[in-house]
Design a protein around this ligand. Structure first.
Ligand SMILES: Nc1nc2c(c(=O)[nH]1)N[C@H]1C(S)=C(S)[C@@H](COP(=O)(O)O)O[C@H]1N2
Ligand SMILES: [Mo]
Length: 292
C-alpha cells in the first residue's frame, strides 16, 4: 500500500500543486523532504492505522473519533504566537512556519502511555530552529505549548474528561534537543487533521501525550508549566513522562507494549529506544519515583 501510494504521489501531486498554486500547507499536499540519519529502519505503520487510530480528545475519546470528526478543524488561516522570555516575540502564519527550516523526513517510534506503539514517517524540522529564531533570554527555562480550542466544533472539557485548551511543556534542553521535532506532515504529505494539523510537536522518547497537536501558542517561561494530563491525574502522568519500563503506571505495567499490527507484545525500551541520545539530559534524576 505504501509503495502504491508513493507511485501515485510521484505521478500526480507535484504537477497538481504547481498548477493550482497550492500553498505548501494545503491539506494533503505533497511535501519534499530530505532523509534524516535519526530515522529508524523499522517498518512504518500503515497510513490507514496512523490516521484511523488516534488520540485527539478534542474530537472524541474513541480511537476512531478523530478520523470522523477532525474535518471540522479549520487549519487555514492559521497562526502561532511565540512569546514570553524571548528577545523577538513573533506571530507566524503557516507559510512562515513552513519556511523556518528545511523539511526532513524523520521515521520515529511513537509510544502511547496506553501501551500501544507505531512507527511514523513524520515530516518536519527541529523545534530548536524555531526557538533560536526568537532568541530565548536567560529566563527561558521551559517551553509551554497550547493547542487550538473551539467549543463549537470540539468536545467540552466535561465530556472529554480533560481540560481544554490542551497544554503541554518541555524543559529548555529537551526542547532544544535535535530529536525534538515540529511535524508538519507524514507519509510525504501535509498532516491529516486527526494527526494534529497544521503542525504538532513530536518528542519520540516521551509518552505520546507530550506530543501536543494543532499548536497555536508557544511560550518560553521560567517555571515548569502545567500540563493537561498532569492536571487531570498527577499521580499517573508526570511532567517528564519519559518512556520507562521501570516506572509502571499506577493502573498498569509499562514493561510491554503492542506495536499496532502485531499480535505479541514487545518489551518496552527505556526512552523508547532513544537513550543513547537523551539519557544524559537526566543524569542524577530519579526517573522512577520523583521525575516521572
Ligand atoms: N491537542 C491534543 N494533543 C494530543 C492529544 C490530544 O488529545 N489533544 N493526545 C496525545 C496523545 S495521548 C497521543 S498518544 C498522541 C497521538 O498522536 P496520533 O493520533 O497522531 O498518533 O497525541 C497527543 N497529542
Ligand atoms: Mo497517548
Amino acid at each position: 500500500m505504501y509503495l502504491n501510494r508513493r507511485r501515485f504521489l510521484a505521478a500526480g501531486s507535484v504537477a497538481l500543486g504547481a498548477l493550482r498554486g497550492m500553498p505548501a500547507a494545503a491539506a494533503g499536499s505533497k511535501l519534499t523532504a530530505t532523509k534524516s540519519p535519526f530515522s529508524t529502519s523499522e517498518e512504518p505503520t500503515p497510513l490507514e492505522a496512523i490516521t484511523h487510530y488516534n488520540n485527539f480528545y478534542e474530537f472524541g475519546t474513541d480511537k476512531e473519533d478523530p478520523s470522523k470528526n477532525a474535518y471540522k478543524l479549520r487549519t487555514s488561516p492559521w497562526s502561532v504566537k511565540v512569546e514570553g522570555a524571548v528577545a523577538k516575540p513573533t506571530v507566524l502564519d503557516l507559510d512562515a512556519i513552513f519556511k523556518i527550516a528545511p523539511l526532513e523526513e524523520r521515521i520515529y517510534r511513537h509510544r502511547c502511555v496506553e501501551r500501544w506503539s507505531m512507527v511514523i514517517p513524520w515530516i518536519g524540522f527541529p523545534l530548536n530552529a524555531l526557538l533560536k529564531r526568537v532568541e530565548p533570554t536567560s529566563k527561558a527555562k521551559y517551553v509551554a505549548f497550547e493547542s487550538i480550542y473551539d467549543s463549537k466544533t470540539m468536545l467540552s472539557p466535561q465530556y472529554a474528561g480533560i481540560q481544554f485548551p490542551y497544554i503541554e511543556g518541555l524543559r529548555m534542553d529537551e526542547a532544544m534537543h535535535p530529536l525534538t521535532l515540529l511535524a508538519v506532515g507524514l507519509y510525504g504529505e501535509s498532516l491529516p487533521n486527526q494527526d494534529g494539523a497544521p503542525f504538532r510537536l513530536v518528542v519520540p522518547w516521551k509518552y505520546g501525550f507530550k506530543s501536543i497537536k494543532s499548536i497555536v501558542k508557544i511560550r518560553l517561561v521560567e517555571k515548569e508549566p502545567s500540563t493537561t494530563w498532569n492536571l487531570s491525574a498527577s499521580n499517573e502522568y508526570g511532567f517528564y513522562s519519559n518512556v520507562n519500563p521501570e516506572r509502571d503506571h499506577p493502573r498498569w505495567s509499562q514493561a510491554k507494549e503492542r506495536r499496532i499490527g502485531e499480535f505479541r507484545m514487545r518489551d518496552t525500551a527505556k526512552f523508547n529506544g532513544y537513550g543513547d541520545q537523551v539519557a544524559s539530559l537526566y543524569t542524577g534524576m530519579d526517573l522512577v519515583r520523583k521525575y516521572f
